[in-house]
Design a protein around this ligand. Structure first.
Ligand SMILES: [Zn+2]
Length: 214
């Protein structure tokens, strides 16, 4: 478990969308033995730096603040994981053509209200963009862009491109940007190859069984 947590800052980002990568911070998510990547508040900070929603400067400030307020930091970690599970279940259901659970949507909306209360529009050289008031020091400031991204995806035309890895234990979510919407695996190198190897093995076994039956 600890070993997995150390990887939070280097996790593969295969989701194609911030909120889906967040959902993928547990490995073997669809199995009964998922492996947690966010095992501490500092893991959450490391992952947030990794995906670019926290600058190094802000990350350092938050880690200092977390050291001063460990109970609050742990509460934020627990909230982050609960939010991640809700996002995972909502998009997992949608990827299979099912509506999400009402309770999950309610939890999601409670987090969204909190994030929207902090949201503001700022003017930059490239135009206007979303920003978060008070995010500099808020221990939970990294949750706001995550929930905002998930809300954006839920209401976008890309929603029907959300898919889930065809490996029945993996469960990783992704945005299928292939032209004919044929993406089946989180990664061809990982789950895709494993499935290919398994098919190859099963074919060989079937051939051998056939030979023996003769
Ligand atoms: Zn997979």
């Amino acid at each position: 478990m600890d070993e997995a947590g150390m990887n939070a800052g280097t996790l593969g980002l295969l989701g194609g969308r911030l909120s889906l990568d967040f959902a993928n911070t547990a490995d073997w998510h669809a199995s009964d033995h998922s492996v947690e990547s966010l095992t501490s508040y500092s893991d959450l900070v490391a992952w947030s730096q990794h995906v670019g929603i926290l600058t190094d400067h802000r990350a350092q400030r938050l880690l200092k603040e977390a050291a001063r307020r460990p109970v609050d930091a742990t509460a934020v970690l627990e909230r982050a994981i609960a939010l991640r599970e809700v996002i995972y279940r909502i998009f997992s259901a949608i990827s299979h053509g099912h509506p999400p659970q009402a309770a999950d949507l309610a939890t999601f909306n409670a987090e969204l209200s909190g994030a929207l209360a902090q949201s503001q529009i700022v003017s930059t050289a490239e135009g206007f963009t979303w920003d978060w008031a008070g995010a500099e020091d808020a221990l939970d400031g990294m949750l706001w862009p995550l929930v905002h991204d998930a809300a954006g995806l839920l209401t976008s035309e890309e929603l029907d491109r959300v898919g889930q890895c065809a490996d029945d234990r993996c469960g990783w979510l992704f945005l299928d940007t292939s032209r004919n919407r044929s993406r089946r695996w989180c990664s061809m190198e990982d789950c895709g190859n494993r499935a290919k190897a398994r098919r190859h093995y099963e074919r060989k076994r079937a051939v051998r069984r056939g030979a023996r039956a003769k």
